[in-house]
Ligand binder design. Sequence first.
Ligand code: G6P
Length: 368
Amino acid sequence: AAAEKGGFDHFMLKEIHEQPDSLANAIRGRLDHDIGSSVLAGMGTSPRELAELSRVVLVGCGTSLHAGLVGEYAFEDLADVHAEVEQAAEFRYRNPLLGSRDFVVAISQSGETADTLAAVREAKQKGAFVMSLCNVVGSTIARETGRGVYLHAGPEISVASTKAFTSQVAVLLMMALKLGRGRRLSRDEGIRFARDIESIPTLVSRVVAQSERISRIAEGYAQNEHAFFIGRGPMYPVALEGALKLKEISYIHAEGYHAAELKHGPIALLQEGTPVIGLALDIPGKDKTLGNIEECRARGARILGIITEGDDEAAEFMDDYIMVPKTHPLVSTVPAVVALQLFAYHVARIRGCEIDQPRNLAKSVTVE
Ligand code: G6P
């Protein structure tokens, strides 16, 4: 078993470390730097279909749902297309209004999640344009959608998803780029964004290299029973995903919140030493998030900041911080989430948790 884990103590840590490679596999051959676009043949869309699209609906569960939330920002930002995210379980029972100009993207690592599969069937029956974003080749969702883009992340063993999530985000960014180039994005903007996507594996290596430092930081957070993760813009879904990772494997009660929503509830729970993990990268909205972090600090919270390399001003606000490389705000979701994966992993390890197979959780939920 030790050999299977490639010398790592857990599959989760191995899979976190694999991300520079799994991301390179997701991206390889899929960017066209001359025209500043992406080549995703599996999408099966004609340029006309792309131009006529009226809406993108992203469906999934769990971590895959969080990837969809990053996608929502990307589609609206880069492609000026109305995008929404829906929990697969809710979508199927809500009588969703769908037509042939609606583009439904089912996101599922395993391709077997019951609710996501049901959402696919519902969308197909209503005549929407349906595609999938799966990791497992030949899985039910991949087969039933017929079109889609595989993640090529390799087998993911750890129940808590890591490398599948980052590849889902990378592929969604490439999809948004492609849609964007068919709509409002200029060639120059496309070229720049394609370069940023291309750099993701390198950015992620720089975070993975900080594992030991993050492990030392985790020592200071492993004794708490509650934690709050806050962010805004594309860092909001990263906050949700960071909280999910921590609760899944460390059993700490963790909540992801929009930084602005803090005042509408969770701030009442802050006490001396309550951990708040603040995503305060140097992207639009940073000053507002720093303001929210200051409010938490004033109530005694202990702050771990995820900030941009070299941002000494933001570091001043934090008790501890992890720095991630500067890049496009949407692209920076990937290195930021890797920092939180490592944080969750080390906290759980210090607490002596199972990690690869947390209690009550399954790798794939094939019943409703
Ligand atoms: C389970 C797993 C999660 C995963 C979710 C969706 O809850 O424990 O890690 O994100 O299912 O799975 P899928 O295979 O559809 O991405």
